[in-house]
Design a protein around this ligand. Structure first.
Ligand code: NCD
Length: 308
């Protein structure tokens, strides 16, 4: 398939290569400054975004390319009833690569099947978010130096949190990764992740409600926001939204080299004074998103920049 729809499309050696390129870009940005000269990225965002869209756009600009697109469905012809398939057919005449976010699960897949240019899934409903996972993997590699032998706590909305689903899939390929899945009963991971990813591959995992009890064993704590826009009922959201709030006292029992991650936006899940703790990695994570997206754009456009 043309593009990146699901993180599992990438082999582990391809992920390693993307991370190597991203690290090289961080060290030598000038080497890449004209790599995409004359190329255009279209960002088709049918759902709100700050980091994903702007990091894609910054990534393309820093590669010397150009960006066009829209940031809300209402300003595109989808509001007139145009199908995703027709939209990408036409955008393929104008751009060399497309990043698409859509509230409907599977919409970027439909787009990729139709498109003449690579389509990147920038988040589809409560399903997947592969470029956030690449961002997360680059962060884990830079902070922990490995993907294996890690105990990874994922906390919050594990039901609708698409970044969680993609990250579990990606990390399940490495040796001795243990998942501690921390959520309220109503927001546990979907059955398809539990059965098709965790159980099928014999991955070590536990499901719990208790963040504080889990804290001492964690190498990574991945906090998530309760995904208000995916709830059918506002009262349920209000009841569940503050299920977990990470505070400085709660980190007292954590490992000294814990890495606290969050795809952002943060609502109330992490108290702002945690930002000053050296274990807080979420803003570095957001920074890493630009570099890994630069590496991905280069790969999908088939552009090689001498790695040395
Ligand atoms: C995430 C998303 O859109 O799924 N945000 C992001 O891309 N960094 C997480 C979220 O919205 O909670």
């Amino acid at each position: 398939m043309n593009g990146l729809i699901d993180i599992m499309q990438l082999r582990t050696d391809e992920i390693d290569a993307l991370i190597k390129t991203a690290n090289d870009i961080i060290g030598n940005p000038q080497k890449y400054a004209q790599a995409c000269a004359g190329k255009k990225l279209a960002t088709l965002f049918f759902e709100p975004s700050t980091r994903t869209r702007l990091s894609f756009e910054a990534a393309m600009y820093e590669l010397g390319g150009h960006v066009l697109g829209f940031s809300e469905a209402a300003s595109s012809s989808s509001s007139k009833g145009e199908s995703v398939a027709d939209t990408v057919t036409v955008v393929g005449y104008y751009a060399d690569i497309i990043a698409m976010r859509h509230p409907k699960e599977g919409a970027p897949l439909v787009a990729a099947m139709k498109s003449s240019v690579p389509v990147i899934n920038a988040g589809d409903g409560g399903h997947n978010h592969p470029t956030q996972t690449l961002t997360d993997l680059l962060t884990i590699q830079r902070e922990k130096g490995r993907f294996d032998h890690l105990t990874v706590g994922l906390c919050g909305d594990l039901k609708f949190g698409r970044t969680v689903h993609s990250l579990i899939s990606a990390l399940s390929r490495y040796e001795k990764v243990k998942f501690v899945l921390i959520s309220p009963e109503e927001l546990v991971i979907p059955d398809y992740v539990r059965q098709e990813v965790l159980q099928k591959n014999n991955i070590d995992f536990v499901e719990t409600r208790d963040l504080e009890a889990a804290m001492p064993e964690l190498d990574i704590l991945y906090m998530t926001r309760v995904q208000r826009e995916r709830f059918f009922n506002e009262a349920d959201y209000i009841r569940l939204k503050d299920s977990y709030v990470l505070t400085v006292p709660k980190l007292q029992s954590a490992k000294s080299d814990l890495c606290v991650m969050h795809p952002l936006p943060r609502v109330n899940e992490i108290a702002v004074d945690v930002d000053d703790d050296p274990r807080a990695c979420y803003f570095k994570q957001a920074q890493n998103g630009k570099y890994i997206r630069m590496a991905l754009i280069l790969k999908l456009l088939g552009i090689e920049v001498d790695a040395q």
